[in-house]
Write a protein that binds this ligand. Structure first.
Ligand code: CA
Length: 232
């Protein structure tokens, strides 16, 4: 079960300012972002198997509701609606046509990203997930939060497990300390990033044969860390 590709998000939004800022927040968190500026463009793009779609309700050519209904004809991909309408009727209508969630403008990009992650987590929960690296040397079982090395269970704290999992889910991708904090806590918390070094040190002592010459978590000097285990 290799997972070398990032999750793909489609943003359907005609206001460039909004799509740019949301796009850059998502990219910063490792997502692969595609932007559609019109409804027509969105209908072309939606065939490309996205993991989640952020859909503006008010588009110049085709309205968001129609696009949402079109997507639902062939896909159950999570859809988060962006709307300026805030009356209860409009919200219920949005959810009634198959949107999973809605965010009212103006919104905080950070909150939208948190919702994106929550929806993707919910989708993933239904998949059985066992990550295996270096010919089965390291196994990470997500549902049971169990890590095995050389077939022996490695006791990790919940924070250590979350850090290891967020790195191992995207091998070869460099994470800054702040991104790791964000992945573990769901939000940035300045000042906490140096604590990550201590956690990484503990994880290495548990999973590496020689923590000085790690084969799983590599330090990228001046930046952060990346997972270098080889997915089976
Ligand atoms: Ca719009």
């Amino acid at each position: 079960m290799n997972k070398l590709t990032s999750e793909k998000i489609l943003i359907v939004e005609d206001e460039k300012k909004i799509s740019d800022i949301v796009g850059s927040y998502l990219e910063r968190d490792g997502f692969k972002v595609t932007i559609a500026n019109t409804g027509q463009d969105a209908l072309q793009q939606i065939k490309n198997n996205f993991d989640l779609i952020i859909l503006d309700l008010m588009l110049p050519d085709i309205d968001g509701e129609t696009i949402c209904s079109s997507i639902r004809e062939f896909s159950d991909v999570p859809i988060i609606m962006l709307t300026a309408k805030s009356s209860e009727d409009d919200r219920i209508k949005g959810l009634g046509i198959g949107a999973d969630d809605y965010v009212i403008k103006p919104f905080s990009p950070r909150e939208l990203v948190a919702r994106v992650k929550a929806h993707l987590r919910r989708t993933k929960k239904n998949e059985k997930k066992l990550l295996s690296f270096n010919n089965g040397l390291l196994l990470i079982d997500t549902p049971s939060m169990e890590v095995k090395k050389d077939e022996k269970i490695i006791p990790l704290t919940s924070t250590e497990f979350k850090i290891l999992l967020s790195l191992a889910e995207r091998p070869q991708i460099v994470f800054t300390r702040l991104q790791i904090v964000n992945a573990v806590q769901g939000y940035d918390f300045e000042g906490y990033d140096r604590v990550i070094d201590a956690h990484i040190k503990n994880i290495r002592h548990k999973i590496e044969d020689n923590p000085q010459r790690p084969v799983f978590i590599k330090t990228v000097y001046g930046t952060g860390y990346k997972f270098i285990g080889i997915p089976d």
